[in-house]
Design a protein around this ligand. Structure first.
Ligand code: HEM
Length: 392
């Protein structure tokens, strides 16, 4: 099988392709994955969960590419991030991050998130068609992460541009250049914060200790870039996908409008229904592994299709229905296992505040184009809209 995620029809609606693959075989061999070796695509829920929890599937991308010729020039701080490492290195970094990035840190950001959301909504043009993505879903997450990390106001446009460029699918030179701009910038920011400490997450990360252990300069830069990149595009696409799902279902939107306190409880179902991270990041087998009855040789790339797993009827009955009363806990939208999303509480806080504000402040928000005319972003990792035209 060739990679189905390159097909435009697939980008519009991946579910039929995933359903066909899953029922045929939940673990499919694929041609020419990263590194030129045959890869495997996992679409079943049980198999996806198993793969994400299996220590024989490595995230150490540097080890996979070692000795292979590559023209890539990704900055080492980006190439060797926490998300691209295995235990024990991963365990150590993750422990230090979790000590700094606490529930309290997210709770303290809530008033800021609410204020930025209202300021963005103040600018919506009443009676005219506009793009929900540019007007809310794109700016909100990046403003929030910059605030969290303590990126000064004047530098935010640059950080936002580099962050977007790091997702420039199919343009490795742009990605590599952006990784250097971003890492160089964060190196300077860490140095500035050492001279003039504040109370941002980056300041916490600078001072966090686990016994005598602490983060090195390179690890700090790497984490700052990872938090920015991992938390930006993902949350943008969650806001877009969730809003689209609700706009297409007026009964469900009305229900949330009448009971805005229900919004936090439906976020998991919205994440399950149209998962913003379509496939988890690159993994490869360090030894022979049998997954879903399929024998995978050592050194093979494995792609776990989170969006497909979240529509597996064995785990979620009538999976193609958005059911706001469903208990969607256990969905894989934030991944699973040791790399499960660190920023999940922040992403949920942002989505809750934004969806609640949009639904209650603009009860008449409508989709301005037929759903089948919507354009989706051409990337495999994230699933999100290029634009979401609406009117209020
Ligand atoms: C709705 C929004 C979000 C979604 C759907 C999402 C999804 C995910 C997923 C699926 C993974 C695991 C990837 C894998 O195993 O290959 C992950 C990891 C991660 N996410 Fe998120 N994420 C979101 C928002 C955020 C935010 C707001 C932040 C931070 C501010 C963040 C930071 C991270 C980090 C640092 C990791 C790596 C964790 C590790 O390697 O241990 N994410 N996320």
């Amino acid at each position: 099988m060739t990679d189905p995620t390159q097909d435009p029809r697939f980008l519009q609606d991946p579910c039929p392709t995933f359903a066909a693959l899953r029922s045929n075989c939940p673990v499919q061999p694929m041609h020419a994955e990263s590194g030129g070796r045959p890869g495997y695509l996992v679409t079943g829920y049980a198999e996806a969960r198993e793969a994400l929890g299996d220590p024989r599937l490595s995230k150490d991308t540097a080890a996979f590419f070692a000795g292979k010729e590559s023209r890539r020039r990704l900055h080492p701080a980006v190439a060797h991030s926490m998300l691209a490492s295995d235990p024990p290195r991963h365990t150590r970094l993750r422990k230090l991050v979790t000590k700094a990035f606490t529930a309290g840190a997210v709770a303290r950001l809530r008033p800021f998130i609410a204020r930025v959301t209202e300021e963005l909504l103040d600018r919506w043009p009443i009676g005219e068609r506009f793009d929900f993505m540019t007007a809310l879903a794109v700016p909100l997450p990046v403003i929030v992460i910059c605030q969290l990390l303590g990126v000064p106001q004047k530098d935010r446009p640059d950080v936002r541009r580099w962050s977007g460029e790091l997702f420039a699918a199919g343009r490795p030179d742009v990605i590599d250049a952006a990784s250097h701009s971003m890492a160089d910038y964060m190196t300077g920011l860490v140095a500035a914060k050492r001279l003039d400490p504040g109370d941002s997450l980056l300041d916490q990360l600078i001072s966090v200790r686990d016994g005598t252990d602490r983060l090195s300069e390179e690890e700090l830069v790497s984490l700052a870039v990872l938090l920015l990149v991992a938390g930006h595009e993902t949350t943008t696409n969650f806001l877009g996908n969730a809003t689209l799902a609700l706009l297409r279902r007026p009964a469900e939107s009305d229900r949330l409008r009448r009971n805005p306190d229900d919004v936090p409880a439906v976020l998991d179902e919205l994440l399950r229904f149209d998962s913003p991270v379509g496939t988890a990041t690159f993994r490869f087998t360090t030894e022979a592994v049998t997954l879903g009855g399929v024998d995978i040789p050592p050194g093979a790339p494995v792609l776990v299709a989170l969006g497909a797993a979240n529509r597996d009827p064995v785990r979620f009955p009538s999976p193609d229905r958005l059911d706001l009363d469903r208990d969607a806990a256990g969905h894989l939208g934030f991944g699973h296992g040791v790399h499960r999303c660190v920023g999940a509480p922040l992403a949920k806080a942002e989505a809750e505040i934004a969806l609640r504000a949009v639904l209650t402040r603009f009860p008449d928000i409508r989709l301005a184009v037929p759903p089948d005319r919507l354009e989706w972003r051409r990337t495999r990792l994230v699933r999100g809209l290029a634009a979401l035209p609406v009117t209020v």
